[in-house]
Design a protein around this ligand. Structure first.
Ligand SMILES: NC(=O)c1ccc[n+]([C@@H]2O[C@H](COP(=O)([O-])OP(=O)(O)OC[C@H]3O[C@@H](n4cnc5c(N)ncnc54)[C@H](OP(=O)(O)O)[C@@H]3O)[C@@H](O)[C@H]2O)c1
Length: 228
């Protein structure tokens, strides 16, 4: 099995790369920084590439693909009034356009599957992170449309929608803001804790192995989607 995972050097992408490699898959691990990718180990081929500019190079390196995991993302907190066009474009390019263009460019085998990584706020509003939330809402819409377009080729397209997961994605925040974000996330998670990257990787692997499931967005969020 050949698997391509973007944003594979850290967090959910890293856990997913290790999960598939453990099953004996050949994993092409894509990210901008080579170092964390090169440290992933056996069965995992690192590729330093930017999903916004290197789509054709990634598709060429991938060859025929069984599983494409569109996981790379940029999350910038910017309240209305402080949103710059540059930051908004950057999030749209990484979180929405790259998954679309990669899905189009990659040679997906018959029986193959695409799994997009959304967020539990993809179907709701997120004050202060409106652009990020909008890109994920778009990614969920894309998941449904591409599932229909690719079904005749026997390629499935699904998404996972993680809730609060312990990864480096919010590491750029000052410690007090990060602590406030974590407290807010735990408070709105019925299971009362932050999830792990491995718990998301497990669901991605299950979706990859679910031959009659396409066009769904599956929450992995400790119940947040059905809570408040
Ligand atoms: N953690 C959470 O609470 C949470 C919740 C909901 C959804 N998610 C989603 O889960 C996914 C993974 O995020 P994470 O939490 O695991 O955070 P993360 O560890 O920061 O992972 C993001 C990865 O994307 C890569 N990346 C960013 N821009 C890229 C680009 N232009 N080209 C190639 N790679 C790029 C980064 O590596 P380089 O910097 O080396 O490129 C990084 O490894 C994202 O889609 C995120 O929106 C996370």
């Amino acid at each position: 099995m050949r698997v391509v995972i973007t944003g594979a050097g850290t967090g959910i992408g890293r856990a997913t790369a290790l999960r598939f490699a453990r099953e004996g898959a050949h994993v092409l691990a894509v990210g901008r920084r080579l170092e964390p990718l090169a440290a992933l180990g056996r069965g995992i081929e690192p590729l330093a590439a930017d999903v916004t500019t290197d789509v054709d190079a990634i598709a060429r390196a991938a060859g025929p693909v069984d599983v494409l995991v569109n996981n790379a993302a940029t999350a910038l907190g910017q309240p209305l009034g402080r949103i710059t066009a540059e930051a908004a474009h950057a999030q749209v390019a990484v979180n929405l356009l790259a998954p679309l263009l990669l899905t189009q460019a990659v040679d997906l085998r018959k029986g193959g599957t695409v799994i997009n990584v959304s967020t539990s706020t993809g179907g709701r509003g997120w004050p202060g992170r409106s652009v990020y939330a909008a890109t994920k809402a778009g990614l969920e819409s894309l998941t449904r449309s591409l599932a229909l377009e690719l079904a005749p080729r026997h390629v499935r397209v699904n998404a996972v929608a993680p809730g609060a997961i312990a990864t480096p994605i919010a590491d750029h925040l000052p410690p007090d803001e990060l602590a406030a974000l974590r407290a807010w996330q735990v408070a709105r998670t019925p299971l009362g804790r932050i999830g792990t990257p491995e718990e998301v990787a497990e669901v991605i692997a299950h979706l990859a192995a679910a031959p009659f499931t396409t066009g769904v967005v599956l929450p992995v969020d400790g119940g947040a989607a059905v809570g408040a």
